[in-house]
Write a protein that binds this ligand. Structure first.
Ligand code: FES
Length: 231
């Protein structure tokens, strides 16, 4: 079956502005949008720029705006789109490096800001630092994040405020603040309660809608807000 596929193209070496280009692709409803893009790249235009790696919803590299929603191209089937026209654009709210590739520097800077690693100066035990099942339960959902950025690039506060940490970084902060083995929770809490932290979240829930791993990010940010009241 033939599908029209419209892609936002931009090559900073040639184009003054981004523009849309339409391709006709012979594909099947059970194929993934990633397959469609790779087919275009291999059969019609090898210059098409996109990121992808694992192809299985693990690495988070192929988040993009697909028919108006932030999704992973490798986890979105053509038949999921409920439209015979496929429109693919880069994630919103970031500068375009080329075609579907965005500049992720700001995203990773904010991620680093919340200290995304375990802090524990105690001598490590022989095997591993253990926690009880109920302690792990507190952070289990947050550990499912694959850092694709779909949430942060769906967030209206992030679009309006370049310095806002954004849902992905705040979720990562939660992941370590509520980890029973971590000792830097107070330091991280101070970081997320700064002027560009949790209180800039107005619970729009766009991040929850966008998350390909069904993480209720807004709930986690709300837990951070409650924890910060004890500072
Ligand atoms: Fe890795 Fe899609 S290619 S998540």
């Amino acid at each position: 079956m033939e599908y029209p596929v419209v892609i936002l193209r931009f090559d900073p070496e040639k184009d003054a502005h981004p523009h849309y280009q339409e391709f006709i692709v012979d594909t099947a409803p059970h194929e993934r949008v990633l397959d469609v893009l790779l087919k275009i790249k291999s059969e019609q235009d090898s210059t098409l720029g996109l990121r992808k790696s694992c192809g299985h919803g693990v690495c988070g590299s192929d988040a993009m705006l697909i028919n108006g929603e932030n999704r992973l191209a490798c986890s979105t089937l053509v038949r999921d789109l409920k439209s015979n026209r496929i429109k693919v654009e880069p994630l919103p709210g970031a500068s375009i490096v080329k075609d579907l590739i965005i500049d992720t520097d700001a995203f990773w800077t904010k991620y680093q800001e919340v200290m995304p690693y375990l802090v524990n100066d105690e001598a490590p035990p022989d095997r591993e630092r253990l926690q009880r099942p109920e302690e792990h339960e507190m952070i289990e959902e947050s550990t499912r994040c694959i850092l694709c950025g779909a949430c942060s690039h769906a967030c209206p506060t992030s679009w309006a405020n370049d310095s806002y940490l954004g849902p992905a970084a705040l979720l990562k902060a939660y992941r370590f603040i509520f980890d029973s083995r971590d000792h830097a929770d107070q330091e991280r809490l101070r970081k997320v309660t700064s002027d560009h932290g949790i209180w800039k979240c107005y619970t729009a829930y766009n991040c929850v809608e966008a998350c390909p791993k069904d993480i209720d990010i807004t709930w986690h940010i709300t837990r951070l807000k409650k924890a910060s009241l004890g500072l």
